[in-house]
Design a protein around this ligand. Structure first.
Ligand SMILES: Nc1nc2c(ncn2[C@@H]2O[C@H](COP(=O)(O)OP(=O)(O)OP(=O)(O)O)[C@@H](O)[C@H]2O)c(=O)[nH]1
Length: 379
């Protein structure tokens, strides 16, 4: 899905807010990031393999710019681009991206670090690269050092933990399992840590803190980084970011998949009503209630999808017209307040509360899978 011009415009506007926040010294480039940049830059030329982790939703915007400073005779075989969070991206578009990387003679791989089989595949891939290095140069026979680098929150630590866990089991290693810190907040990894991920040859993985450049000139890129969680929400207006996501959703065909929810999916209240009047045994009723408690989140997701579908499908404006898009988004906010059970009378920051909940669903892939960067045209 190429972002529509309206979504791009919103992205640029939100990006400007982020940039302003940075220039007023509340930016993402903290002192620890500056210190980590130096430490990583010093080590980069010394490691045997550089694995650059990108967010599969933004294969271009999540580029790790620090790599541009690695001195030239760095052979391309020394670098791999790994696109993580494949479970959150658009499968068709990511295939186009993989083709693009191949055309650019860039070694790339897609992974979901929450999926064991997927991580096993990546581990085999890294081990094969390590064996190639070993074959080409026997200096590498003792140990190979792999450095995981990337911008904040792309899943470096999650991946490092999974590779360490799986690598140890297959190498029958003993001793304590190490754990890199994983968090939904960007910038939580503060130090470089080493985890063993393979034997024969021994492979050591360095997990590093996420780094962004001190300034990003492209406002649209800032918004994409914010939406995917690489930049803290506290730097941005939550409502702005949620509006940007809604514009993306409204211009995609994702919502069409939720059409059946509009008519077929029973509301919790209907189920409860049926419970009262059915002749079910008490046990069945208890089981149903248990089911409802366990699936509150699922019901909420359904309510949200239905609210969004109903708003878009009953809207008769032109989504390519900015004013119309803004009207639709405002209507969606009202509908979402109800779907998320945010109470107007009590809550002061109703819109922010709706925005936080919406962004949470968006970032966990429950409102569709998107690739926000279009593949560059090749000639
Ligand atoms: N859906 C999904 N979430 C993931 C995946 N990999 C990591 N995450 C989540 O992404 C968030 C960030 O993961 P981290 O491993 O802490 O990211 P990081 O790159 O080390 O972050 P920094 O400390 O900022 O450098 C966490 O909430 C992870 O659970 C993935 O493949 N899919």
């Amino acid at each position: 899905m190429a972002l529509g011009s309206i979504a791009s415009k919103l992205a640029r506007e939100i990006g400007s807010v982020v940039k302003k926040a940075v220039s007023s010294n509340r930016g993402w480039y903290s002192p620890h990031m500056a210190a980590a940049s130096c430490a990583i830059a010093q080590r980069l030329p010394l490691v045997d393999l550089i694995v650059e982790i990108r967010d599969a939703r933004i294969p271009l915007s999540s580029e790790y710019e620090l790599l541009r400073i690695v001195p030239p005779p760095c052979p391309p075989s020394k670098r791999i681009v790994v696109m993580n969070k494949m479970d959150l991206t658009n499968p068709t578009q990511i295939k186009e991206w993989m083709r693009y990387f191949e055309q650019q003679k860039c070694i790339s791989y897609g992974v979901n670090s929450h999926n064991k089989d997927s991580v096993k595949g990546l581990l085999n891939f890294i081990q094969a690269q390590a064996r190639e290095l070993n074959k080409a140069d026997h200096r590498f026979s003792d140990a190979i050092t792999v450095m995981l680098v990337g911008i904040p929150n792309v899943g470096k630590s999650a991946l490092a933990n999974s590779l360490h866990q799986i690598g140890r089991i297959s190498a029958a290693e003993k001793g304590k399992l190490k754990h890199a810190l994983v968090s939904p907040q960007p910038g939580e990894t503060k130090d470089i840590s080493s985890l063993k991920i393979g034997s024969h040859p021994n492979i050591y993985l360095l997990d590093t803190p996420g780094i962004l450049p001190p300034t990003i000139h492209d406002a649209e890129r800032c918004s994409k980084l914010a939406l995917t969680g690489a930049i803290r929400d506290s730097l941005i207006g939550l409502k702005d970011l949620a509006q940007y996501f809604l514009a993306i959703l409204n211009l995609s065909d994702q919502y069409e998949k939720w059409a059946k929810l509009s008519t077929n999916w029973g509301k919790v209240s209907i189920l409860e009503h049926k419970e009262e009047h059915s002749s079910s045994s008490k046990l069945e009723m208890r089981q149903k209630r248990q089911y409802l408690t366990d699936h509150t989140q699922d019901f909420m997701v359904h309510d949200v999808r239905r609210a969004l579908f109903d708003a878009i499908s009953s809207f008769d404006g032109n989504l390519e017209c900015e004013d119309d898009m803004v009207k639709l988004i405002e209507a969606q906010f009202v509908a979402l307040r109800e779907a998320f059970h945010v109470q107007e009378e009590i809550d002061q920051n109703v819109q922010d509360k709706v925005a936080v909940k919406l962004l949470n669903l968006c970032r966990t892939g429950r409102l569709g899978h998107y690739t926000l960067d279009p593949v560059p045209a090749t000639h």
